[in-house]
Write a protein that binds this ligand. Structure first.
Ligand code: ATP
Length: 249
């Protein structure tokens, strides 16, 4: 278990939409340097949980802290200012702007007062790390959907985060692209010091690359442990993985 300071904390966070409890009293402590996966069936509440911990939706009850500051009920700008950045399931890049300008937009969003990330200081360094440097001056509408996904990570990196929340960034990619994405995510943690939380349906790949996994089911956190622990957890197998996944380890 990582021993760095707690960068992001959810205490008993609940999000209700009318009569539906999408996230049900979920707790998470995220420490500097962790690479954590979140898995669970469709509708389990994964994206809604991300929305809560990045200020996109306010929790109905519970508390949220980033860098130790209580941000419960505050908006995405404040989360970004406290080092939390996220991507969306459907990339939200600005198609008329160049790749460089998209990354610069991320920089302006969080304000430039944040400490730069080693090796990811400029738009160029960020695009280079993502393999997009040769496309820097092209409008985002010119690049492939998988490159747009990478660009959205670039926009998030532009905010100079300490915590990067990735929502299904491997969706729709080929198997080779999924592996390349996973290796890149690992490098963001290993070489650039980011703390990463990654939601993904490509569970086999995810479990190979993360050290800790949270499992959500019907809004509740039903497991939180190493990939080895989680694939052996009877409730997780029953709710989500099925017997065949136990071999994943
Ligand atoms: N804005 C909203 N208004 C009403 N219900 C919503 C809203 N957003 C999500 N929900 C519902 O909340 C539940 C959790 O959805 P959420 O998208 O968080 O799940 P998920 O685990 O991310 O699913 P998936 O893997 O399919 O992306 C679902 O029942 C969904 O229909």
């Amino acid at each position: 278990m990582a021993e760095g300071p707690i960068l992001l904390e959810a205490r008993e966070v609940t999000v209700r939409f009318g009569g539906l409890t999408a996230v049900d009293a979920v707790c998470m402590q995220l420490r500097a340097g962790e690479l954590v996966g979140i898995i669970g069936p469709n509708g389990a509440g994964k994206t809604t949980f991300f929305n809560a911990v990045s200020g996109v939706v306010a929790p109905t009850s519970g508390h949220l802290f980033a860098e130790g500051v209580d941000l419960t009920g505050r908006g995405p700008h404040l989360y970004a200012a406290h080092g939390v950045a996220r991507t969306f399931q459907t990339p939200r890049v600005m198609v008329d702007m160049t790749l460089t300008d998209n990354v610069r937009f991320g920089m302006e969003f969080a304000g430039r007062r944040r400490e730069p990330i080693a090796g990811l200081r400029s738009e160029h360094e960020i695009l280079d790390m993502l393999g997009l440097a040769s496309l820097a001056d092209r409008p985002a509408s010119d690049v492939t959907p998988s490159q747009q996904r990478l660009l959205e990570i670039g926009m998030a990196l532009g905010t100079r985060p300490r915590v990067l929340l990735l929502d299904e960034v491997a969706a729709g990619l080929t198997e080779a692209e999924v592996d390349a994405m996973a290796r890149r995510i690992r490098r963001l943690r290993d070489e650039h010091g980011l703390t990463v939380v990654w939601i993904e349906h490509a569970v086999t790949t995810l479990l190979k690359y993360v050290e800790r996994v949270l499992v959500l089911h019907q809004g509740r956190k039903i497991a939180d442990g190493t990939p080895g622990e989680v694939v052996r957890n009877a409730e997780v197998v029953e709710a989500y993985l099925g017997d065949e996944m136990v071999e994943v380890e």
